[in-house]
Design a protein around this ligand. Structure first.
Ligand code: C5P
Length: 218
């Protein structure tokens, strides 16, 4: 059986005007490491990739779909979900976007004040969409927190109906290594020692494939 893994990676960019945007420090390193490990495990990979500095090479077994915003990311995920056995949401999706994108560059003289009010609206939750359409698929998410990491991650696992969540401290976001705890739907946890993202990805892919095999034999 050939397994296809759909991965979201990197940040999203939410434009305010043609030259300015809201984003975050996600490097896309984890998404790339996951794609490489999936390929090493003879899986096919589709990476829906936000605009990160890290590049992912497209090959016969690795399709790369570049996107900019969370809305673009959701559209690309919807298009590719039917091919996936496993979905891994490694992207740092912007939670909010400006309600309106100014057609022209916003000029200071047009604001007429030292304070600018930016009205934001909630972005769609991509992984939640996937979980709502997950029949026969394994869904893996990430949690990045500055406090109460494990309890927030467990709540997220439940609320987003995930099979596994990778709980990371906030220092992980642009670093080359991490020491996450993997939390599973059945309550089991697995603490991983500090290691390069390539090694962490190896553990995540191994566990995700294991969950898929269990699902398929049930
Ligand atoms: O809710 P929070 O952003 O902390 O959840 C993190 C997990 O949810 C990650 O797996 C991330 O990729 C995913 N997510 C998403 N769409 C969003 C927000 C988060 O897929 N709009």
């Amino acid at each position: 059986m050939s397994i296809t893994i759909l991965i979201t990676s990197g940040p999203t960019r939410e434009y305010i005007d043609p030259v300015r945007f809201i984003s975050n420090a996600s490097s896309g390193k984890m998404g790339k490491a996951l794609a490489e490990q999936a390929l090493k495990n003879k899986c096919k990979v589709i990476v829906v990739k936000g605009p990160s500095v890290i590049d992912i090479k497209e090959t016969k077994n690795c399709k790369v779909v570049p996107v900019i915003s969370a809305k673009d990311m959701l559209a690309a995920v919807k298009q590719n979900l039917k091919f996936a056995d496993i979905f891994i949401g490694a992207a740092a999706v912007s939670d909010y976007r400006p309600i309106k994108i100014s057609k022209n560059k916003i000029k200071k003289k047009d604001i007429g004040s030292d304070i600018i009010n930016l009205k934001l609206i909630k972005n769609p939750d991509i992984i939640r969409y996937v979980s709502n359409h997950k029949k026969g698929k394994i869904v893996v998410g990430f949690a990045l927190e500055t406090k109460n990491l494990l309890s927030y991650a467990k709540t997220k696992l439940k609320e987003k109906n995930l099979d596994m969540i990778v709980a990371n401290g906030a220092q992980t976001i642009s670093s080359k290594d991490s020491a996450p705890t993997l939390i599973f739907k059945d309550g089991k946890t697995k603490k991983i020692k500090l290691a390069a993202k390539e090694n962490i990805a190896k553990e995540i892919i191994y566990e995700a494939i294991g969950l898929l095999k269990t699902l398929k034999t049930c």
